[in-house]
Unconditional design. Structure first.
Length: 213
């Protein structure tokens, strides 16, 4: 479990594919100090397991499925990448609950600087758009952000200078891919709402005899 509060933006040192597995090595400024082999770390919002630590470089192994379903397959040497260690039991929940399981990959439609902030519109598939609400939360490349406005097939964000400085969002332009994870609470709420046949969770409980008449 993560919070979407990026600790630092690391740098991709190498990506090597052998025998169906891809080994990703990332240079970090501070994260290596507390990292242990077997730890979970979110890389651009994707939960990965630390397999090696050498000096300031942390390495991970990616399956073909991870490469297909996220934007990690587009990574290049020298690219900045968002890093967040797993939430500790005594840690602060500064953003929102993020699982590190990407729902879909979106694409930056437009990016416009307004004063000291950046307005970003992101195209997203229907399964994402159905779970977004104005002023709700969404993880974009692992960054916990507030949805400013939801449109038919895209949504709008406003990035403050701090977020631009400590993450990779400032380096991305129109056409760049981003990993998207919607709020897990919203997913459960949608599941409990009435389905196409009009039956919601309370109807199901009543039909199953869990509620009194």
């Amino acid at each position: 479990m993560f919070t979407g509060i990026i600790i630092e933006a690391g740098e991709v040192i190498s990506i090597k594919k052998t025998s169906g597995i891809t080994r990703l090595s990332i240079s970090t400024k501070t994260l290596y100090k507390d990292a242990l082999i077997g730890d979970s770390i979110a890389i651009n919002g994707v939960c990965l397991t630390v397999v090696d630590i050498s000096d300031k470089i942390i390495s991970f192994e990616l399956s073909d499925e991870t490469l297909r379903s996220t934007n990690l397959g587009d990574m290049r040497h020298g690219e900045k990448i968002n890093l967040e260690p797993a939430l500790r039991a005594d840690g602060k929940l500064g953003g929102h609950f993020v699982t590190g399981h990407v729902d879909a990959v979106g694409k930056i439609r437009s990016k416009k600087r307004i004063g000291e902030t950046i307005e970003i519109d992101i195209d997203a598939p229907p399964l994402i758009m159905d779970l977004l609400v104005d002023k709700g939360s969404v993880a974009v490349d692992g960054i916990s952000l507030t949805v400013v406005k939801v449109f038919k097939d895209f949504f709008r964000l406003v990035i403050i200078p701090h977020t631009e400085n400590v993450t990779n969002i400032g380096d991305k332009g129109s056409g760049s891919s981003v990993n998207l994870e919607t709020d897990i609470i919203g997913k459960y709420v949608k599941k409990f709402l009435p389905s196409g046949n009009g039956e919601g969770i309370m109807d199901k409980l009543n039909r199953s005899g869990f509620l009194g008449t």
